[in-house]
Every structure is written in C-alpha cells, then in structure tokens.
Design a protein around this ligand. Structure first.
Ligand code: SF4
Ligand code: SF4
Length: 542
C-alpha cells in the first residue's frame, strides 16, 4: 500500500514561538509521501486529539508524524490516538521541535524544524506495524514478608479478589515488625487476626523461597516449609521484607544498660509500670547517615514524647537535623518549643560509662566549646540496613539492589514500587528509608498495579517488537547478560540450534540488547538500521 503520511504540528500553546509555522507547513507539504499537514495548538488536549483522529480517518492516512515536544512526554499518548483511529500505534514518529529545536536555540529555527520533520517523515515511511496479543496469566500473588507492610498488602490484595500467599521466615506473623518509624494507630495484632481469618490468604510461616523461575504472569516459586519443598505458580510477587536496625556504637558499649535503641525507648514510654523515669536523656543521630528520614522522624518523635511524658531534660547531639517534610518540621519546632536542646556537632561524640551513667563529650559547633553531659539514658544512633536474606532473595529473583543493599526501584520518581523485572514489586522498608506514611502510600500503589496486571486473567502485550534472528544469533549470551529486565533466555529452534529467545511479556523494549549484539542479530522494530539510516540520510537536504 502506498504510504500516506500525515504531519501534525503543535505550537505547544505558544511555548514554541520561534518557528515560522506557515512557511514550515508549506515546505513539509511538499515532502514525498506527505498527504496532509495540520497545525494545532495543544495537540495533546481533547480538541487537538479529535482533530488528529478525524484527519487520520478522513484522509486515510497510514503513517503519522507529530512535530511537537519530546517523545519522552507524549509518544505513548499519540500512539494511543493512532490506535483509536484504527491505525497501528507503531506507524508513528515524532519530531522533537520543542526541546531539540525551539528551546535549544535563540532566534528563528524554522530551517531546523523542517529538517527534523523531514527526518521523521523518512523514518515513518519504513515503519512496520507491531501486533498485540493476549497472554494468559496466573492470578495468584506471592507476598514475601510478615510485617506491617506485608500483612497490609496481603489484606488489600485479598480485598480486590486476588488469591494471596503470605510467606514469612519467622514462626509467627508480625513478630519482626520494626518500630523505628512508629505504627501509631495501627494494631498489628488485629491485623494478624484479620489476615489469619481471610480465606483468600494462605499463610506460610517458617518458610523460605528456595528458587524462582519464569516471568510476569507465570512465576514458578519453590518454597521450603518444615523440611518439605513445594512449587507454586504466581502471576506477581510482592516483596515486603522490611529492614533491620543496628546501633551505631563502639562494640564494648553495646551491652551497657543505659544505652537503648529508639524501639526500646518507645516500649519504655508505653510501659505504665516503668519504675524509674530517666531525668536526663541524650539522643545521638545523623552522624552515620544525615539523610535518614526515618531516623530523623523517630528521634524527633521520641525526644518530644519523652519530654512531654517524663518531663526529662533532653539533649539531642546531631550533625545537621534535616527536616524535609511538613511533619518533620512541625515535630522539630514542637520539640524546641518544649525545651528539647539540639547540640550541633561536627564529629561523633565520645561516649564513656560514668558511674552507671553515660558520659557524652562533644564539641558544640555554635559555642565552639567542648560539652560534657552525664545522662541517665542514651538513645543511640541507629543504622538502617536491609533485612537478612535480602541479598539471597534478590539473586534468586535476579533483581538489582542499590548501593546500600536495599531493593533498587525501577524508577525512583515515576514508578518507585516496581522492580526492573516486570511483575515483581516492593513495598515498605525493603526499598529503603521510608516512614510509615510512605509505606501507607506504597501498599495501594502496588495493589493497584498488581490488580491491573492480573485481574482480567490476561495481559495484552506487543508481539516480537524485539526479536533475535535465529539465523544470525551465535548464542554468545551477551544480550542475556545485559538485559536489565531479565527477558532473554537461550531457546532451542526446530533444528536444535540454541539461540536467544526474547519474552514478549518480560521485554521492556529498552533496546540495550539490539545495540550490543555483536552479530547484529536483534531486530528492534522502529529502530532497525534502515529506519535510522533513512533519518540520517536526509540531513541537510532541505
Ligand atoms: S548477543 Fe546477539 S548473537 Fe549473542 S546471544 Fe544475543 S542475539 Fe545471539
Ligand atoms: S529490548 Fe532487549 S535488553 Fe531491553 S528488555 Fe527487551 S530483551 Fe531486554
């Protein structure tokens, strides 16, 4: 069929203002294959979308070029417009005349804009459609962990109708729930009872994951429980393995009875039978990690609570209290107004035992003097670490961890609860330093993502958008090693040759494998050599 390319200009509501659009439209209309050219303001709003839809249908266009912003912003949206008009979404190319044109230069950029559009038109003429297919998925979900985040996630998954297995390494649920962040208002005991009474939730305690295989919608997980190993299929896996804390103290002081963790202090504060209330309490924090939100909130919260409940003298030795949320700011102000004293020190204070008390020696930055304080109780700084088994589980599932050992988010800003491997999600402290409010937003976000994936029993995915040519593949394994989404495996062809096989479901179309394959065996639709060369060849022609 003859190519009929429609070009749609957008001036981004006046944000692209250094192009002579009338002149550009006239030039673009003369390009080979271009049958219609349209100019709009805000093509991505309803009015622009309708204009695009009717033009594609009326002019019988079979390739579309949008000259507007970066594909990063709107490529996905415009592909959907094509689909609504009955065209394959991949018969589409974008010319970025905003970030790479208008906003990159002072003065008139009409010539450059026309060049960029000509490149996109030339590429569009060679684009191939990519088909979509429904793949059946298993609707069961595995949640690993037994703390607040895991129980919460299991309950919410069950409420949306997904059968869930809650797998915990400990003998009972909720026993390892970390309290650094405080679980004010949540009764973990009643949550455990609720989860135990939920018929949609299978609970496996004293259990561990031994091996995993498969991909999104079809993970096979081998689980060991009580000396027995069972295999179970799941459509998605949610990791909620939490974190652990460690006192950041010299080892010989660890057993000193006057030195406690934030968690121990919390329990003391809640104990109605506590016989002796400490009169002077020292807190130490942020010397090892200035950016720990959780430590900051826990320190401010507990210092204020001890001051209000026990009327103790409170001294907080810190490096730089970083308050980065309205809640932390409020707590900090309240603590100061209540009489909590903050001492800013550059170096970690020296701690020694002093006749049953704890002596803290530090140089106060503001006073420029050494400060010596004998306290009844020292609340030590705590380090946040990944929970035990995080490393082993990440290598079993083949997912990344960050430099501190926590699970690495796929995209910290856009999609922080997903791993780079489709179908595997994180909630709570296993993905880093999160306070309770962040955990509470994580859970519904993960539940919504899992529900969207599995609820219909099918996933609609593109077929062979990226594929390895079995004739060219030499099974060197390079692509398997570099694929960040674990989407490639060696498969056997009909004539028993081993070649790279790419899973349509697991592939994220990042293109890394196509760029690195030494045999040039990987075909990435939309970025084939001929499509890229067709763009390059037109440069300078206009
Ligand atoms: S990198 Fe290329 S040649 Fe090597 S296994 Fe992958 S597809 Fe085959
Ligand atoms: S494009 Fe290649 S490297 Fe990227 S996810 Fe797909 S198979 Fe993996």
């Amino acid at each position: 069929m003859k190519n009929k390319v429609g070009v749609f200009f957008c001036d981004c509501g006046g944000a692209i203002n250094n192009i002579d659009f009338d002149a550009a439209v006239k030039k673009v209309a003369k390009f080979p294959g271009v049958t219609c050219v349209n100019l709009s303001s805000n093509l991505c709003l309803e009015e622009g979308e309708e204009k695009m839809l009717s033009c594609i249908k009326e002019e019988n266009i079979n390739r579309v070029v949008v000259a507007a912003c970066s594909p990063d912003f709107k490529e996905h949206f415009f592909r959907q417009v094509l689909e609504s008009a009955g065209l394959n979404g991949h018969l589409f190319s974008m010319a970025n005349i905003r970030e790479q044109g208008s906003w990159a230069h002072d003065g008139d950029i009409t010539v450059k804009a026309v060049e960029l559009i000509k490149m996109a038109v030339n590429r569009a003429r060679l684009l191939q459609p990519v088909k979509k297919k429904k793949f059946p998925v298993n609707k069961d979900v595995l949640v690993v962990g037994g703390g607040f985040a895991a129980i919460n996630a299991a309950l919410q998954l069950s409420r949306v109708g997904l059968r869930t297995t809650l797998l915990e390494g400990e003998a009972v649920l909720g026993s390892e729930t970390a309290e650094l962040g405080g679980l004010c208002g949540f009764d973990i005991g009643s949550m455990v009872s609720e989860v135990e009474g939920d018929e949609n939730i299978e609970i496996l305690t004293s259990a561990e994951v031994r091996a995993t295989a498969g991909k999104i919608g079809d993970f096979t997980v081998r689980i060991r429980k009580g000396g027995e190993e069972i295999s179970h299929k799941y459509g998605a896996v949610v990791l909620a393995t939490g974190y652990q804390t460690k006192l950041a103290l010299e080892s010989e002081l660890k057993s000193d009875i006057n030195i406690v963790s934030q968690e121990k202090l919390c329990r003391m504060l809640e104990d109605p039978n506590l016989e002796i209330r400490p009169r002077t309490i020292g807190f130490m924090f942020d010397f090892s990690d200035e950016n720990s939100r959780l430590s900051t909130l826990a320190t401010l919260n507990n210092a204020l609570a001890a001051r209000q409940k026990w009327d103790s003298e409170i001294y907080v030795f810190c490096k730089s209290v970083k308050v980065d949320s309205p809640r932390a700011e409020k707590l900090y102000r309240e603590a100061r107004d209540c009489g909590v004293v903050f001492l800013k020190c550059e170096a970690r204070p020296r701690i020694t035992a002093d006749n049953g008390r704890v002596k803290i020696e530090a140089k106060d930055v503001f006073l420029g003097e050494d400060t010596i304080l004998a306290c009844d109780l020292l609340v030590a700084e705590e380090l946040l670490l990944p929970s035990e088994g995080t490393e082993a589980l990440s290598s079993l599932l083949n997912i990344r961890r960050d430099s501190r050992g926590f699970y690495q988010d796929e995209n910290v800003h856009l999609y922080p609860v997903a791993s780079e491997k489709k179908g595997i999600f994180f909630v709570g402290g296993c993905r880093g330093d999160l306070d309770l409010s962040r955990v509470l937003t994580d859970v519904p976000s993960v539940v919504a993502s899992v529900y969207e994936l599995l609820s219909s029993g099918n996933i609609l995915a593109e077929v062979e958008r990226v594929k390895a040519d079995p004739q060219k593949c030499v099974a060197c394994l390079t692509c398997i090693r570099v694929c960040p989404h674990d989407a490639i495996q060696l498969v056997r062809t009909d004539n028993s040759k081993e070649v790279a096989g790419i899973s349509d479901l697991a592939c994220d179309a990042c293109g890394v494998c196509a760029a690195i394959c030494p045999a040039k065996a990987i075909i990435f639709q939309g970025y084939r050599d001929e499509e890229i060369l067709a763009q390059i060849e037109t440069i300078g022609e206009s």
